[in-house]
Ligand binder design. Structure first.
Ligand SMILES: O=P(O)(O)OC[C@H]1O[C@H](OP(=O)(O)OP(=O)(O)O)[C@H](O)[C@@H]1O
Ligand SMILES: O=C(O)c1cc(=O)[nH]c(=O)[nH]1
Ligand SMILES: [Mg+2]
Length: 197
């Protein structure tokens, strides 16, 4: 898939949002890629993740043995990419804000893990996921995402395979351009929202 093909899928699914968004990192942006609107369509998700799996092979990580994704956004693309790599798909989820591998998922010392994420902005979520996996002894060799909106600038601590790069502006909350400050901010993602008690 070309860069234009990938962006066209996001546009056609209504996933390219404009407004004032609070990102997972706390940064603010006039653009939000609402991947969930793409992932509601299995055929579109398959196309993107099949292409990502091919890129993971092409970039030299075809010998990975497990896919792990940071919940919630990473779960569907992680599963679908794993399907095309013929690998198990696991995920980490936040417990009191910190990623943990739960649900009986196991990673062996000889497993080579790739973290598959939906969108990268600052790379913070991948770094947190990698740290949680390394804490339990996992060998994380790479990460992958559908869209890297840092345009290749984010450092996730391991090599990053992105299906495409798409640079989008993001600002600290106290440095907003006036046109953004004029719009009420919304936070679409799951980091920091209250869970079930
Ligand atoms: O590179 P970063 O700066 O970490 O930003 C990208 C992260 O933000 C989103 O997750 P979010 O925490 O908003 O929740 P979600 O997974 O439920 O969408 C997205 O799924 C990535 O995990
Ligand atoms: O940085 C984020 O939180 C983020 C940006 C984006 O465009 N899409 C998304 O799901 N998360
Ligand atoms: Mg996420």
């Amino acid at each position: 898939m070309t860069r234009d093909d990938v962006l066209a899928v996001f546009r056609e699914c209504g996933a390219m949002l404009e407004g004032h968004f609070i990102l997972s990192s706390g940064l603010r942006s006039p653009v939000f890629l609402q991947k969930a609107k793409v992932f509601q369509y299995p055929a579109q998700t398959e196309k993107l993740c099949k292409a990502l799996a091919a890129k993971i092979h092409a970039d030299g990580f075809g010998d990975v043995t497990k896919v792990v994704s940071p919940a919630i956004g990473g779960i569907i693309p992680g599963y679908e990419t794993a399907r095309h790599l013929n690998l198990p798909a696991l995920y980490t989820e936040r417990v009191d804000g910190k990623f943990e591998l739960r649900r009986g998922f196991e990673i062996a010392p000889d497993d080579k893990v790739i973290v598959v994420e939906d969108i990268v902005s600052t790379g913070l979520s991948i770094r947190e996921c990698v740290a949680a996996l390394r804490d339990i002894g996992a060998n994380v060799v790479a990460a992958a995402c559908l869209i890297d909106r840092s345009g290749g600038e984010a450092d996730v601590g391991v090599p990053l395979v992105s299906l495409i790069e798409y640079k989008v502006p993001a600002y600290p909350a106290d440095q907003l351009p006036p046109e953004l400050a004029a719009i009420p901010a919304i936070k679409p993602g799951s980091r920091g929202i209250q869970g079930v008690k």
